[in-house]
Write a protein that binds this ligand. Structure first.
Ligand SMILES: [Mg+2]
Length: 508
């Protein structure tokens, strides 16, 4: 029984010891009344407390926040409202089971109580989320206590010899009166702040700032719009970034990049909607769209007379671990009659952090004939030993190393080292973000095989622009022939144009 309930029970028990023997009607009635009162208090307690930790629940937290705010207003004191969310809690639940998960939540509540002592009000708001109210002191003290809570929560947990050291927490804080004038506003703003904390990485406390609210509102609007767009497909498209062979600038293929336009509002930056899609799980239908479009596009190129082009497709860590990735790819290959060797799946180093499962998946895809590329190489996971075990075909040098190549000796050194690693392991190497001919020349000297960047082309959107680009390009295979004759084959895209490259309206 919950400790508080047992106190209540004892209390009523003592009012009438040995009540079974109470003979008089008066006493029985009184006993019944007390029993009813007990049941009322019990129901009230259960409605306002969390059964697992015995802490106040979300209802009581809100009610108490209103009372605290009134008191703070009268006494001209600041009030901090904090949300605290555990990081990696799900992992404990998934790997050690729900009993360990529950024990962890109880232990966390003890540790937090230990830090807060008599200060403040602690509640479990649900799942792995807690709420804290602190009054008096000042913002400095609020931060101090928040950091102290982070420190105790990230400490090791021991469940019968099973040690867990990966738990952390994120805290969002809103302070009355500066960050909100009523409880609803403080709650909303603490929520916006915790979102920022989580985004910035775990074990952080973030105080609300007005920009956060604006960002959060935009984010939720965008999420809704993206959901809708993924249902209809309208507004989404692919832009293709050409990839060229460095020594002669022959076109070898493209990287497929998602683009999203909202009618009347313009383009949404991929820097905004790709992370949003990752956070919300919409990356799954988004990748599905990109895969199909990209594979269909290869088939189209073949129809246009360009059969040998490759297509690089970025796969997020979340998507890479989905069990149906292979079947999804194979279905699209079959539907559009495309060869798996023309597809290069780009994953980032952070995907590799997921461990052996990822490497098994890479081997499986490699056996199916897909090429695999490590994107943004050198900017993520620092251990190089994994390279030996990977069936990767390509390393992509991040643009961060290329931008200052002409001026920065350190960057030249690093790029040379990456090219050396790729060469040693028999991989191709692609430099990203090549913008100047000096950068190209340096990369050529270093024997960097492939490049992409604005020097050759921006990402290309639309049939006409693609056809136009191909018209001016040549591939590795026909390089000799075309450079010898100087002849460029016209491409039949099946699209009627007005002579200046603009598509003609379709006849009714
Ligand atoms: Mg990429």
């Amino acid at each position: 029984m919950n400790p508080i309930l047992s106190v209540l029970k004892n209390h009523f028990g003592q009012l009438c010891p040995g009540h079974a023997q109470c003979p008089s009607l008066q006493q029985r009635l009184s006993l019944l009344e007390q029993e009813r009162e007990f049941q009322r208090m019990q129901a009230e307690y259960l409605a306002s407390h969390d059964a697992l930790t015995g802490l106040p629940n979300r209802n009581l937290f809100r009610q108490h926040a209103i009372e605290c705010m009134e008191a703070a207003r009268e006494e001209h004191q600041p009030l901090a409202l904090m949300f605290l969310d555990l990081d990696n809690f799900k992992m404990v639940n998934d790997t050690l089971g729900h009993v360990a998960g529950d024990a962890l939540l109880v232990e966390v509540s003890h540790r937090m109580r230990g830090i807060l002592g008599g200060e403040g009000f602690l509640a479990r708001l649900g799942g792995d989320e807690f709420g804290v109210l602190l009054r008096g002191g000042g913002v400095g003290m609020f931060f101090e206590l928040a950091h102290a809570m982070i420190d105790v929560i990230k400490d090791v947990y021991d469940f019968g010899g099973q040690r867990v050291s990966t738990i952390g927490c994120s805290i969002g804080m809103a302070v009355y009166p500066d960050d909100g004038e009523d409880v609803s506003e403080l709650l909303r703003h603490a929520d916006a702040a915790i979102y920022e904390s989580k985004r910035a990485g775990k074990n952080r406390v973030t105080r609300f700032h007005p920009d956060m609210h604006r960002r959060l509102v935009r984010r939720s609007q965008l999420e809704e719009q993206l959901r809708e767009v993924l249902r209809t497909g309208e507004g989404l498209s692919l832009a293709l970034q050409p990839k060229v062979r460095m020594k002669d600038e022959a076109l070898t293929g493209f990287e497929a990049l998602a683009r999203w336009r909202i009618p009347g509002q313009g383009a949404v930056s991929p820097m905004e909607f790709i992370p949003l899609a990752e956070e919300t799980g919409l990356i799954v239908p988004l990748t599905h769209f990109i895969l199909r479009e990209a594979i269909w596009r290869i088939a189209e190129f073949e129809r246009w007379g360009w059969p040998e082009l490759s297509m690089a497709i970025n796969i997020s860590p979340r998507q890479f671990s989905r069990p149906d990735l292979e079947s999804e790819l194979l279905r699209a290959l079959e539907e559009f009659r495309v060869n798996s060797g023309q597809i290069e799946l780009e994953i980032t180093e952070s995907t590799l952090l997921e461990g052996n499962k990822v490497i098994d998946r890479m081997h499986a895809l490699s056996h199916l004939g897909f090429r695999l590329g490590i994107d943004d190489f050198g900017t993520g996971f620092s251990s190089l030993s994994y390279i030996k075990r990977l069936p990767a075909d390509t390393l992509k040098i991040d643009r961060a190393f290329v931008t200052e190549l002409e001026h920065d000796r350190d960057d030249r050194m690093l790029v040379q080292a990456i090219v050396g690693i790729a060469e040693h392991f028999g991989m191709d190497v692609v430099a990203e973000g090549v913008e100047t001919s000096q950068q190209r020349d340096i990369l050529r000297e270093m024997h960097c095989g492939l490049g992409q960047g604005y020097l050759w082309s921006r990402p290309i959107e639309g049939e006409v622009a693609l056809a136009d680009y191909l018209q001016r390009s040549f591939t590795v295979a026909d390089y000799l022939q075309r450079s010898f004759t100087g002849e460029i084959e016209p491409i039949n895209t099946g699209i009627a144009t007005d002579g200046e490259g603009n598509p003609m309206p379709m006849p009714c």
